[in-house]
Design a protein around this ligand. Structure first.
Ligand code: SF4
Length: 345
């Protein structure tokens, strides 16, 4: 096997989880070159994977067929003569490009009835007893060569690397913001999923105050997307410290965010894609879970501490609290999280 194409998932956390698959493919097929077709918002994850030769970016939007663009990409990719393609998303349309590009081995989960488009498939996992995402992807590396006899429950942790260019870019940003101290706590207060995955802004603000009061040379940087900017402002206003608390939501590229998280003293996040980046960089971190299940998408790192109250109603996987009180998150106090941070190493 010389040339492998990966069709990337659309979520940052899933992309991080897929690094283990790439690493295992390199072990099974050491001579192979791995390219990844990814949307611009997850492409930086694959640029941080040493196994990847080339990341091909394409604006393939969620829930849109974009037939013309897919045909054009397939034509371009056919020139690379891939031997195999691993299709990580489950949608029918995500399997179109490798089929149109005449890639002979097209591997993936059966997904949305993709018979023919995927010609080496695994059955979809049960909805009630889903394996951790990393193992879900890793199992695909076993599809073509069963002799590997891979035990997918014995997986290592995902690993990302910070590029020199990203490190330089973030160093320049820190200088421009007059942040000289290297005690930086990164907070990621957003979660695209909804409020049931977002620890309250008041709690983030109180935690920021406590951390700064505890270490006078510490700074707190809020990271997230443009959509989290308002939430970041709210936290900053509530914490009332413009000198030490910086709202960078929407102001950093994902490449820069990876570099910043990599140099932080600790990362405090919800169950989000940035949480998985922290785990893959082996940064000390506290991951706060509410309505979701930390057994399914845990931060895979021995430096991570998960805080989850495991209430009788949890995990409910709802985007809004059906009970109206959001106790799974509100009852995790800033003091709990502060204490967890003090015990990280
Ligand atoms: S029902 Fe329970 S787990 Fe779900 S959001 Fe409400 S408090 Fe959280």
């Amino acid at each position: 096997m010389n040339r492998i194409l990966i069709i990337a998932p659309n979520w940052i956390g899933d992309a991080v989880m897929s690094q283990l698959l790439l690493a295992n493919l390199k072990v099974i097929y050491p001579q192979s070159q791995i390219d990844v077709l990814a949307s611009p918002w997850v492409a930086p994850i694959y640029r941080a994977c040493t196994e990847v030769r080339q990341v091909i970016e394409a604006r393939l939007e969620h829930k849109q067929l974009q037939w013309g663009l897919r045909k054009q990409l397939a034509k371009q990719l056919e020139l690379n003569q891939y031997d195999a393609c691993f299709v990580l998303p489950n949608s029918l349309k995500s399997a179109l490009i490798p089929w149109l590009a005449n890639i002979p081995l097209r591997i993936g989960y059966r997904g949305e009835m993709r018979f023919g488009l995927i010609n080496f498939s695994l059955a979809n996992p049960s909805k009630t007893n889903r394996p951790p995402m990393a193992n879900h992807y890793l199992a695909l590396s076993n599809v073509l060569d069963h002799s590997q006899n891979l035990d997918i429950n014995q997986s290592a942790d995902p690993k990302l690397n910070i590029s020199l260019a990203s490190q330089k870019a973030i160093d320049a940003k820190l200088v421009a913001a007059a942040i000289k101290e290297k005690i930086i706590y990164v907070f990621c207060p957003g979660a695209e999923y909804g409020v049931t995955k977002r620890w309250p802004a008041d709690h983030f603000a109180n935690l920021a105050q406590e951390l700064i009061a505890n270490k006078s040379d510490a700074h707190v940087i809020l990271l997230g997307s443009k959509g989290d900017r308002e939430l970041g402002e709210d936290i900053r206003a509530k914490a009332n410290n413009d000198q030490k608390i910086h709202n960078w939501c929407g102001n950093t590229s994902l490449d820069e965010a990876i570099a910043l998280i990599g140099m932080s003293k600790a990362l405090i996040s919800n169950d989000s894609g940035l949480m998985h980046i922290g785990a893959a960089l082996k940064v000390p971190q506290v991951a706060i879970f509410g309505s979701s299940d930390p057994h399914h998408t845990p931060p895979l790192s021995d430096k991570a501490k998960v805080i989850w109250l495991n209430l009788p109603c949890s995990p409910c996987h709802k985007r809004e609290c059906p009970l109206g009180h959001l106790k799974c998150l509100k009852d995790i106090s800033p003091e709990n999280v502060f204490e967890a941070i003090q015990n990280l190493h």
